[in-house]
Structure formats: structure tokens, C-alpha cells
Design a protein around this ligand. Structure first.
Ligand code: AMP
Length: 281
């Protein structure tokens, strides 16, 4: 496995692979890898070569967000990638990705204006721009994204379609801790009380999923039950809890089409997300 820091090195290695007719799977990450990332890497081994990028992208953090304290451990991440059979890690510095004079961005309306887009206004412009750049640099056959970030996945699918990008986007299921909490690099911010309290997210998700699977189609009824579960925990504060059309991310009142049920909840200063998708018959 190689770890490289420049765009040219990635392009040269990938060009060589392409000349040999090898297929390439790509997983963009911000590092501090866990089994959620690992599941994407394992799935990507359906290609001949697997590339992982580790880049804490400044462009997708707002001014008051956690860019500086976002956890980083390249040594541990490299070891984990090596164990999982990754062929190449791309770990650029911000100046490599955003050199002086950089002034282009990829902006998406509609889908990025709901859910996380409301509380993180610059976030998805940063995500679309960096993913676009990374896909241009790595030029993979397939790129792998977690359903944990369901709005991000919908936005990337839309961007690839709208901009006629030549890559297949593969969505992968949410990986959870044994007690239900969705794995996230940000879980390391939680103190022990917040970690215990954080279980209200998955409890609410599981209860909501059961309700719709048993036939509940009224969004008001569903959200009341899910909200009650979260609000019983004094350390938890809801940022949003919504049911949206799975394609457009616009709110619905009735579950009469594929939907995403998504939440963001604060435990102290730590903001966590969780979701489930549902397709009615
Ligand atoms: P991040 O490093 O947080 O930017 O995540 C990189 C990729 O890993 C994204 O596509 C995430 O959706 C995915 N991911 C993160 N956590 C999980 C999880 N618990 N289960 C599945 N995928 C995940």
C-alpha cells in the first residue's frame, strides 16, 4: 500500500492501473477510520484496486464548526487500510487541494437546502466541490458512500447525474455499535454521560422504523412518537427530525413514496445524525 500527498502521484498511479485494464474503487473519507469506513472499503474490493482519500476538507466546515478539533490519526488509519487491503491512500494537505487563487465551487439547490443544509449552510457546497475534485483526480469506476450520511449520498447521486459524471455511486448500509449508536468519528467527542444519552437517536430510529413497517403512514403520528423518545433524555436537543422525499429531500406529510426519516441531535456540543429509509409498497 502506498500513501501519497500530491495529485500528480495519484494520477500517475491510477493511469498505470488503467493502462493495465484494472478497475478502481474509491472511498472518500475524512479519516479517523472506524468499521463504518471499513465496510465501504470491504465492499470496494469488488474492484481490482482500492483507493481511499483521507482529507479533512476545510471547505465543508462552517466558521463555528469543529474543523480544528476534528480527530486525526494517519498512522492508525494507514494500518487499518493496509489490513483491509487498500492499495493507495491519498492524504493531501489543504494547499494541495485549494492552492492560491482557487475560486470555483459546485453549488446545489433544492436537495442541499433541507435537513443538514439548514443548520450547516456552506456544508454541501464544500462536499460537492471536494467530491467533484476527488473524482476528477482518482477517476474511479465506482465510488462508495455510507447511508449514514443519507442526504450527502442523495446529493452526490444528483450531482453525478446532473453533471454527467462517469462514475457509479454505490450506497452502503449504516454500521452501528453493538448498542445501536451509528458509528461516527465524532462519537469520540462524547463524554460518558453523553455517550449513554446518545442512544436516544438509534432508539428513536428503531421505534420509527417499526411503526412504518407496521403500516403507519402519517408523518405527524410517526414524528410525535420519535420526538417523545428523544425528548425524554434531558441531555439531548433536537436540531431537526423530519420525513422527506428520498430523492428531492423535500418534506412530506404522508408516507406515500420512498422516504428518508432523518435526524440531527445535539448531546451537549456534539451534533450526531441518524436516519432510516423506507419504500412503501
Ligand atoms: P467521513 O469520514 O465521516 O466523511 O465518512 C466517509 C464515508 O464513510 C461517508 O460516505 C460516510 O457516509 C461513511 N460512513 C461514516 N460512518 C459510517 C457508518 N457508521 N456506516 C456506514 N458508512 C459510514
Amino acid at each position: 500500500m502506498k500513501v501519497v500527498k500530491t495529485i500528480n502521484e495519484v494520477k500517475n498511479i491510477v493511469n498505470d492501473w488503467k493502462k493495465q485494464g484494472l478497475s478502481i474503487g474509491f472511498i472518500p473519507t475524512m479519516g479517523y477510520l472506524h468499521e463504518g469506513h471499513g465496510s465501504l472499503i470491504i465492499k470496494a474490493r469488488e474492484n481490482s484496486k482500492v483507493v481511499v482519500s483521507i482529507f479533512v476538507n476545510p471547505m465543508q466546515f462552517g466558521p463555528a464548526e469543529d474543523l480544528d478539533k476534528y480527530p486525526r490519526d494517519l498512522e492508525k488509519d494507514s494500518k487499518y487500510c493496509e489490513e483491509l487491503g487498500v492499495d493507495l491512500i491519498f492524504n493531501p494537505e489543504p494547499e494541495e487541494m485549494y492552492p492560491e487563487g482557487f475560486c470555483t465551487s459546485v453549488n446545489m439547490s433544492v436537495l442541499s437546502e433541507e435537513l443538514c443544509g439548514l443548520s450547516r449552510p456552506v456544508h454541501f457546497t464544500g462536499v460537492c466541490t471536494v467530491v467533484n475534485k476527488l473524482l476528477n483526480i482518482v477517476n474511479p469506476d465506482k465510488a462508495y458512500f455510507g447511508e449514514k450520511d443519507a442526504q450527502q449520498l442523495a446529493i452526490i447521486r444528483r450531482m453525478v447525474k446532473d453533471l454527467n459524471m462517469d462514475v457509479e455511486i454505490v450506497g452502503c448500509p449504516i454500521i452501528r455499535e453493538e448498542d445501536g449508536l451509528a458509528k461516527s468519528s465524532r462519537n469520540t467527542y462524547l463524554n460518558s454521560e453523553e455517550r449513554r444519552a446518545a442512544l436516544v437517536l438509534s432508539k428513536s430510529i428503531f421505534a420509527g422504523k417499526k411503526m412504518v413497517e407496521e403500516g403507519c403512514r402519517e408523518v405527524d403520528v410517526l414524528l410525535k412518537k420519535m420526538k417523545d423518545i428523544i425528548e425524554r433524555e434531558p441531555l439531548a436537543r433536537i436540531d431537526y427530525l423530519k420525513v422527506v422525499d428520498a430523492m428531492t429531500m423535500q418534506q412530506v406529510n404522508t408516507i406515500d413514496r420512498p422516504v428518508l426519516v432523518a435526524m440531527a441531535v445535539y448531546l451537549g456540543n456534539v451534533r450526531l445524525i441518524d436516519n432510516f429509509s423506507f419504500i412503501p409498497e
